[in-house]
Design a protein around this ligand. Structure first.
Ligand code: 13P
Length: 254
C-alpha cells in the first residue's frame, strides 16, 4: 500500500519579525488558510516571539509552532543557547535542525546536527533536519555525495528506532534567498536520493518520512515542485514573510 503523506508548509522567518509584524502577518495567514484542512502549516519565528506566536495560533489546530534551532544539550552552562525542553515549554511541536545558515555561520557539523535531531526527538518534538549542497559542490558533481553524507550522520545517530520521527528538508544552498529555485526535476532527483538512503535503514521510514523542499519557493513555483512524487512540502524563507505569497504556497499544497 502506498503511504499518503499529508503535505507540510513551514514558514522559517529567520531573524525577521517584531510583535506587530507577527500579529498582522498571522492574522492574514490564519484567515487566508482557514479552509485548508489538508495541509500542515508550521510557523517558525525567532525564539523571543515563540510564546507570543503560540498564543496567536492557539485556536487553530491546523497551525503549529516550530523553532529555528535548539541546543544539543539538555541544560547547563551554555550561555545564549536554548534547549529542546525549553522549546517544548514555549509550545513548540517542531524544531528546524541544521539549517544551512547554521552550518555556514555557526560551523554546525553533520555530527552536531544529528545530535540536535536526537535531542529534539527526546523531548517528543519533531525535528525538521536540513541537508543540501553548495553551488560549488553541485557544479563539481558532488550533490549526491554531500547529501548522502549529511543524511548518513542522521541515520546513524537515530537508528531504526527514531528515524521515522524525522522530517527532512532538502535546501540546496545555491537556491536559498537567491530567487533561483531548483527545478521540480532537480528537487525530485535529490528527494529520491534521500528517500532511497533512508530506505537502506528502514523501508517503513522511507515510506512515511516527509521530505520538504526549500530554496526560493514562491506562490508561483510552489505547485510545480509540490507535484513531484517525493516532495512532501516546502520550507519557506522570504515568501513566508508575505502573507499573500505564503497563503498561495499553502493553497498549492492542498
Ligand atoms: P528562501 O525561501 O528565502 O530562499 O529561504 C529558504 C530557506 O532557507 C528556508 O529555510
Amino acid at each position: 500500500m502506498t503511504e499518503v503523506r499529508q503535505k507540510m508548509i513551514v514558514a522559517n522567518w529567520k531573524m525577521n519579525g517584531a510583535f506587530d509584524m507577527a500579529y498582522s502577518l498571522l492574522e492574514e495567514v490564519l484567515d487566508g488558510t482557514r479552509n485548508l484542512d489538508r495541509v500542515d502549516i508550521v510557523i517558525c519565528p525567532p525564539y523571543v516571539y515563540l510564546h507570543y506566536v503560540a498564543q496567536l495560533i492557539a485556536a487553530n489546530p491546523r497551525v503549529s509552532l516550530g523553532a529555528q534551532n535548539c541546543s544539543e544539550h539538555s541544560a547547563g552552562a551554555y550561555t545564549g543557547e536554548v534547549s529542546s525542553s525549553m522549546l517544548k515549554d514555549a509550545g513548540c511541536k517542531y524544531v528546524i535542525c541544521g539549517h544551512s545558515e547554521r552550518r555556514q555561520y555557526h560551523a554546525e557539523t553533520d555530527a552536531e546536527v544529528a545530535r540536535k535531531t536526537v535531542a529534539t526527538i527526546e523531548q517528543h518534538l519533531a525535528p525538521i533536519t536540513c541537508v543540501g549542497e553548495t553551488l560549488e559542490e553541485r557544479q563539481s558533481g558532488k550533490t549526491r555525495m554531500v547529501v548522502e553524507r549529511q543524511i548518513d550522520a542522521v541515520l546513524e545517530r537515530c537508528g531504526r528506532e527514531l528515524i521515522d520521527q524525522v522530517t527532512f528538508a532538502y535546501e540546496p544552498v545555491w537556491a536559498i534567498g537567491t530567487g533561483r529555485s531548483a527545478t521540480p526535476d532537480e528537487a525530485q532527483d535529490v528527494h529520491r536520493i534521500i528517500r532511497t538512503r533512508i530506505g537502506g535503514l528502514s523501508e517503513r521510514a522511507a515510506a512515511s518520512c516527509k521530505i520538504l523542499y526549500g530554496g526560493s519557493v514562491t506562490g508561483d513555483n510552489a505547485a510545480a515542485v509540490l507535484s513531484q512524487a517525493d516532495v512532501d512540502g516546502c520550507l519557506v524563507g522570504g515568501a513566508s514573510l508575505k502573507s499573500a505569497q505564503f497563503i498561495e504556497i499553502c493553497k498549492a499544497a492542498v
